[in-house]
Write a protein that binds this ligand. Structure first.
Ligand SMILES: [Zn+2]
Length: 74
């Protein structure tokens, strides 16, 4: 049974992102755009396997976006 988690699009290119269970069971978010392929993970203190730690809520972290629009353009 798969839980359907809604993810925001890639912050770099806007393409769809999928979740991958990577090394040490860490949650990775991989962009599906063939010229982007960004991979994001969130470090933290939650022990998820013998050698793996990650953030308490990686999906929440991924979906959390800054509201600030200013790029402080210098
Ligand atoms: Zn992307």
């Amino acid at each position: 049974m798969k839980s359907r988690i809604s993810l925001k699009p890639c912050p770099f290119c806007g393409a769809e992102v999928k979740i991958i269970n990577g090394l040490y069971n860490v949650t990775y978010f991989m962009c599906t755009h063939k010229e982007c392929r960004a991979i994001v993970s969130f470090g933290g203190d939650k022990q998820i396997s013998s050698n793996g730690r990650e953030a308490e809520n990686p999906v929440g972290n991924f979906n959390r976006r800054t509201d600030k629009e200013d790029n402080n353009g210098r």
